[in-house]
Design a protein around this ligand. Sequence first.
Ligand code: GTP
Ligand code: SPV
Ligand code: MN
Length: 603
Amino acid sequence: MEESWSSKIVNPYVKSWITEFINLATPDNVYVCSGSNEEYDQIASKLVASGSLLPLNPEKKFHSFLARSDARDVARVEKKTFICAVNKEDVGPTNNWEDPEVMRLKLSNLFNGCMKGRTLYVVPFCMANLKSPFALIGIELTDSPYVVCSMKIMTRMGSEVLDELGETNNFIKCHHSVGQPLLNGQKDVQWPCNPEKLVIAHFHDDLSIWSYGSGYGGNALLGKKSVSLRIASYKAKNEGWLAEHMLIIGVTNPEKKKKYFAAAFPSACGKTNLAMLKSTLPGWKVECIGDDIAWLRFGSNGKLYAVNPEYGFFGVAPGTSAKTNPNALKACEKNSIFTNVALTNDGDVWWEGLTECPPANLIDWQGNLWIKEKGLPAAHPNSRFTVPLSQCPVLDPLWDSPEGVPISAIIFGGRRKDTIPLVLESLSWRHGVFMGAGMSSETTSAVEDVDVVIRHDPFAMLPFCGYNMADYFRHWLALPDIGNDVNLPKIFGVNWFRKDNQGKYLWPGFGDNIRVLEWIFNRTEEFSEKSAIRTPVGFVPSRDFFNLSGLQLTNSDFKALFEIKSNEWLDEIHSIKNYFEIFGEHFPPALSKELNRIELELK
Ligand code: GTP
Ligand code: SPV
Ligand code: MN
């Protein structure tokens, strides 16, 4: 067994790292992934044979599968996500901290023998184009074949990555186990996991990641949140760039002029939808580069350039329909893995919002006949599709560009029923950073869907910033000093979710969000003095410069969408002020100044 895996690994650092890990986790077999399509099919077939994957009807969803997770393993678990550094201060008040030595001891106990009865897969992957100056190589050691298949879709995975790595030790060490060893020939379950012992740890000292107990999403596909946000943001701070929870789009106007925007919204607040927007305005076009993560660096011309480090979409299924996001539906017609959606009796998938009426004889996400009257959803609210980026019908021609695309606007957004207008433009870079730092968003409790709680989520990075968030604010404030001949993007805020007194959304959203993009586009041009009105909290559109053609929006709705109410904003500022206090001495005074300015102007 040993010869076969070690003959595929020439890099001495990788070899000794794997050897050490084998001694700890004691898998029965070791397999080095080549990343080929044949290999994907072989692993998927094994998962089908064991009942972990269900092949869908190829006439409905070609070469695609349904996975049903354990009901206790359905989403990221923030409470069990840790950043480990010697000083608690380096991690800040928004992260769970653990001492590296304490955590290493805990992990060595957890991982001891954890792969008994299983195969250890060695998954070499690269975030961003292999030839890009942004590229970051990782190797994930995992005992989950579902993770292997997902990593093949979500990252550039396989032998070329090892070739590119050569003999260097410049790679992120990712360790992952579902935490359920199979002892004495014990039979496997459909979705092995160990939720009671779940832990996802990130280390500042060697940038390694250790994830135990979950097979789901960001907990287990370590290239995504763990490498590309938590570890990357920490590296970015030290190296003068940014790793952000942002989509990237190209926007073309009727004159065929094109600009690129990046937008940060918290989880389940509309990134995938905006990333694939189908314009309702003639002549305007949006093309997609990424829907979740952006890495941004200054080019030699002083502009910020962005790449999407990912290779696939891991998108929220519920709510995705021919009306809201036709491009996502097209993307997942083939070569897709669906997790925790419902199954139709002709071997297709279904989720809430896909069609108005659910089809008859649905099997719910847990594999039982769905009974509508019980009032439970057929698909889990966090059910997802995993599809290759290349299948997006509106993929931007520069999606794989090693240098990335120049960003003209950065957009922050959240889900807020009041206070925040449809769109705002920051008054300055510093005010823009304040807008990001002061972001908050509603989280609807997944099942009951009643309690609306607002949580502060700076830059939509609350669960993903790999170091002290206040130092992250400082990093953003310092960007004008990092870029030479600085040509920074303008910063905007958006809110698609403002409601009227009856609790109805004031804004149609989705394809009509192009109207907001149009205004932003035009505001990034030079000729823009008349198109906005200055308020203490930013510029809002002048009515004549905001395109409402073809929309049935009343005067009072327009007013309600854009209104800045001083009483609401004073409450908002008060809440932000209280929140900022958790950061103590790390907090940058520039943001306090900005806050005081707004407060004074509002009074
Ligand atoms: P993550 O993948 O978790 O990071 O989520 P995301 O930010 O990509 O969110 P996504 O685009 O998947 O949207 C989440 C939910 O918001 C879905 O139920 C959408 O239907 C809904 N949504 C997205 N855009 C709009 C909009 O413009 N208006 C309204 N009302 N709902 C929207
Ligand atoms: C998010 O929660 O922001 C996601 C899904 O994109 S996961 O990859 O599971 O983190
Ligand atoms: Mn996300």
